[in-house]
Design a protein around this ligand. Structure first.
Ligand SMILES: [Ca+2]
Length: 354
């Protein structure tokens, strides 16, 4: 627990030319813990029970189920709180999955109803919503992740005619189903680095009509895993990489008025000289405040607080921020825009030392 830092800035345009005041703020409040975003490649687990794609072909009330093995890799961005070994967000950016070929034979007695093969099936997975994970349990809504069969063909015959479906021409999508889970286990700690094993389990179930009376149902538990390294203190890791290993979080290594910790949290390099508060250039006279983020995006939750009529610091209503989130969340790249038109107060940005 260290000192959070803040910058004071009058919200009125006429005050914007005042030098920025930098004050150390010695009271800790219930801010969200520092999270770290890690983008990594995870491979599909090779355990025999995992990554079996069960496909059921049904035609006119007759079913045949075949299974296929899934393999491949997933690129994911994981939001981790290394202090607590918890995951709060999982974004699957892309996946390249392949499934082994399958053939189905449906018959009533001696009479063939359908003979169908699935060949060259490839699938992708992408997170279509926010990708929240319950930090306490690691569980998430599998429906926030979308699976698409993007390559491969279903060919054959059925009693009503030819079956010919080409997934590269007409991809088939469905979402995950039920509850998924991310498990994080510590393997080692060395210096400022924690090594974790990550295992993600994503149940998938969806169906797709092929033609009148003929239907394909897909049911699988996709499991992918890998080893990731996470800095225990992400600020310290940044400072070391930036060549200022001893720079304190609340200090200002270049005396430009922007504390080191805030520079880090806003996504900048140590040599950046950002103009943190700019009045809205589009509407002269408007006192909206724009805080540009660095190229890395927000690295730690940044709380925007106001001191209305000097009544004390309070968290700004999220609806006064474009994006409607306060603290400004980790990973945000778009500037923070504070809508304060007409209010006479000061605002500050505050970030807590990891
Ligand atoms: Ca500075």
């Amino acid at each position: 627990m260290g000192n959070p830092i803040l910058i004071l800035m009058p919200a009125r345009l006429s005050f914007c030319l005042r030098p920025l005041g930098v004050i150390l703020f010695g009271v800790l409040s219930g801010l969200a813990p520092a999270q770290v975003l890690i983008t990594t490649s995870l491979s599909l687990s090779e355990e025999p029970a995992a990554n079996v794609l069960n496909v059921t072909l049904s035609a006119f009330g007759i079913e045949d189920e075949e299974s296929s093995d899934l393999s491949g890799a997933v690129e994911a961005t994981i939001e981790i709180n290394p202090g607590a070994d918890q995951v709060s967000r999982l974004t699957i950016n892309s996946a390249n999955l392949t499934a082994t070929d399958m053939s189905f034979s449906l018959a009533i007695g001696e009479i063939s109803v359908a003979e169908v093969s699935l060949n060259g099936i490839e699938a992708t997975i992408a997170t279509s919503q926010v990708g929240w994970v319950d930090p306490a349990t690691g569980q998430f809504d599998a429906g926030e992740h979308e699976v698409t069969l993007s390559e491969g063909v279903i060919t054959g015959t059925s009693v009503v005619g030819e079956v010919n479906e080409n997934f590269s021409e007409s991809p088939v999508s469905g979402t995950g189903s039920g509850t998924g889970e991310v498990a994080l286990s510590r393997m080692a700690i060395k210096g400022n680095t924690i090594t974790y094993r990550v295992v993600v389990v994503l149940p998938v179930e969806f169906s797709n009509p092929l033609q009148e009376g003929v239907d394909v149902r897909v049911d699988s538990t996709v499991q992918f895993e890998g080893v990731i390294e996470v800095p225990l203190d992400p600020f310290a890791a940044w400072a070391e990489l930036q060549g200022i290993p001893d720079a304190p979080f609340a200090g200002d290594h270049d005396d430009d008025g922007v504390p080191n910790g805030l520079l880090w949290a806003l996504g900048y390099d140590a040599d950046a000289r950002p103009t943190l508060f700019a009045p809205d250039p589009l509407i002269p006279g408007q006192v909206d405040i724009i805080v540009e983020h660095g190229p890395a995006g927000i690295r730690a939750p940044i709380l925007v607080e106001g001191n209305f009529n000097q009544a004390g610091w309070t968290t700004l209503d999220p609806f006064l921020l474009l994006g409607f989130e306060n603290p400004v969340p980790v990973g945000e790249i778009l500037p923070t825009v504070v809508l304060l038109s007409g209010d006479q107060n000061v605002i500050r940005l505050r970030v807590e030392k990891p």
